[in-house]
Design a protein. Structure first.
Length: 287
């Protein structure tokens, strides 16, 4: 694990963009991951003493050619999220960042932050979003195949297909889907999109949910919840490269989950979620 707040071994805090402006930590992290992931892909090994300080995401397809990425190319990345509840203070900035990114009204939350009680009686803030299930019950009940799972693990909704029956909402054990009852917010023309990767504005009479910022993941960018979190509590990771980052530090994903006794919500339902939580070994949460 790299030291918190310290520029990693691949990027430098003194780097600048082509116009001479200093790069922020997230941009340094993104560039560093692109370099280091190539090393990982070539060797399949981690450097002695830990990961090579990579702290961002690898591009899967060119930004202007996302729709043409093959299933095989998409499957080269298997995304996961990790929430370190020891750092989360329940501020809700992740929710607000998500709303801003997706042009959602204040009352429509794709990330809900609950207050729960841990096994030792401690009060814990628990952000809950789409769990990116490997066996998603939502996809099995949709009568028009409007919700589906991509080869990289992201579960999406095609609002061009969705008929608003809400069967997926009933099937989701996590309560993370919302119905678009009202007229959507105004969205600038340049930001409008009907792609399931990023739908803006939301279509009235359909179901919406966290899309894992799939459009950003595929371009090598961080999800909005991660960049909005001031506590560095949110990590995005790739199972294939076995890395995860919160934009400031990088960890070996499998080791990070194992040594911190990470858990997943409602595993007994067999959904195989790809969102992990770390609660300081107090996993018996009242959720």
């Amino acid at each position: 694990m790299t030291q918190r707040g310290r520029p990693d071994a691949v990027g430098s805090a003194h780097e600048a963009d082509p116009e001479g402006h200093p790069l922020d930590q997230h941009e340094l992290s993104r560039r560093a991951f692109v370099k280091a992931a190539g090393l990982l892909g070539a060797s399949g090994m981690l450097a002695a003493g830990g990961l090579l300080g990579v702290t961002s995401l690898t591009r899967i397809a060119a930004a202007d050619d996302l729709d043409n990425a093959t299933p095989e190319e998409l499957a080269q990345r298997q995304w996961v999220f990790v929430f370190d509840l020891r750092r989360c203070d329940g501020c809700g900035k992740c929710t607000k960042g998500c709303q801003k990114m997706h042009f959602l009204p204040e009352g429509q939350e794709w990330i809900k932050v609950y207050t729960v009680t841990g096994a030792g009686g401690q009060i814990i803030s628990l952000p809950v979003l789409c769990q990116m299930c490997e066996q998603p019950p939502c996809t099995k009940v949709c009568p028009v195949v409007a919700t589906y799972r991509e080869p990289d693990g992201v579960v999406l909704i095609d609002q061009e297909r969705c008929i608003g029956c809400r069967m997926c909402m009933a099937a989701c054990p996590y309560g993370v889907r919302v119905f678009n009852w009202d007229r959507p917010m105004e969205v600038p023309a340049a930001a409008q999109s009907t792609s399931p990767l990023f739908t803006a504005p939301q279509r009235q009479g359909t179901v919406g949910k966290c899309d894992s910022c799939a459009h950003r993941l595929r371009e090598g960018d961080f999800p909005a919840c991660l960049t909005s979190c001031s506590m560095d509590a949110i990590y995005v990771g790739d199972r294939i490269a076995d890395v995860a980052t919160n934009g400031t530090e990088t960890v070996q994903l499998s080791e990070f989950l194992r040594t911190n006794d990470a858990f997943r919500l409602k595993e007994e339902f067999g959904t195989q979620p790809r969102v992990y939580y770390i609660a300081g070994h107090g996993q018996d949460l009242d959720f």
